[in-house]
Design a protein around this ligand. Sequence first.
Ligand SMILES: *Cc1c(COP(=O)(O)O)cnc(C)c1O
Length: 377
Amino acid sequence: MTEKRWVWSEIDLGAIAHNVKTLKGRTVPGTLFMAVVKADGYGHGAVRVARAALAAGADRLGVATVDEAIELRDAGITSPIQLLSEPPDSVADIVLAHGIVPAVTTREFAGALGRAAVTRGIDARYHLKIDTGMNRIGVPAEDAPKFAAMLSEFPGLSLEGTFTHFATADVPGDWDVARQLKRFNDALAGMRSERVDPGIVHAANSPATILVPEAHFDMVRCGIAIYGLHPAPSTYEEIDLKPALAVKARATLVKRIGIGEGVSYGLTWQAGAQTTIATLPLGYADGVHRALSGRMQVLLAGRRCSQVGRICMDQLMIEIPRGVEASRGDEFVLVGAQGGERIALDELAELAGTINYELSCSLGRRIARRYIEGSDY
Ligand SMILES: *Cc1c(COP(=O)(O)O)cnc(C)c1O
């Protein structure tokens, strides 16, 4: 492969397969598994991740936007694809044209979807989203039975499933999870007494899949954990996940600078002695948050080296420790393992004051991906 740029990510599809199988292994046989590949597969590349996850046993895919679903369909993926939220009324027909299963949370969208389905002469499958306490999207739990009964009268609609989403599933033993579960179970019972079959019932994101077995119902929806990233420190000891993502770069320049010389915009970092500085050709436009300036480390020859000065849009500088040799073209690791050392995405997230979810999404943006095929799927 021609290197157009000395920056790349490596995505281990075998790790994705391992994680899907490991997560599935925590559910009782027959439980469906949705691989959530929104945000371009959390920055790993939605199409390749989707194929690896399906081959490893995922039953369907979850996305956030209609365009994300269409990208998967255009790549030839035929599995069920669900939209995890409700799109605008105006795309109802496009949703049907691509065989996308949307969430329904309002009467308005339900009407638009039903009308589009009648025009096409089909029934539109949808999942009813119930808000059990997160207060983000969904029909309020108390209203869900009556709402579901009303939708069952709409022509062109077919309820395939019913779901909710937890606000605090990463906190073991959390009381709010129990409260959301109770509201959800009450709403399901209410639907059944209205003679509405809730269909495929689902609630668990990655943390609930790992920590809350009573939330598994008929299907789990795993995002972050299929990428080998932990939803929170509370799951570190609970499950063996393999991180799929590594981010690497080659030095474009290695030079010596004298004592008192500054580095990068603002010259905020100054050399305290004669120092070797390496420049790497990536920056905040690639998702290496500027907030990491002067905080993050990278690996060279299995040794940790400090990043110094402000991170620029397209470049960042590294102080080469005494005793370490560095040359133009040398491979540095920003995320991943080298020698016996490893830099986890969680380490960078912590330093940037954010979560691994946000960093993995943003790291995908401009970096060419190299996929490593797995052997076990
Ligand atoms: C993003 C999302 C998920 C996946 O969450 P993870 O914590 O990444 O596993 C599951 N369900 C819904 C509704 C989502 O929006």
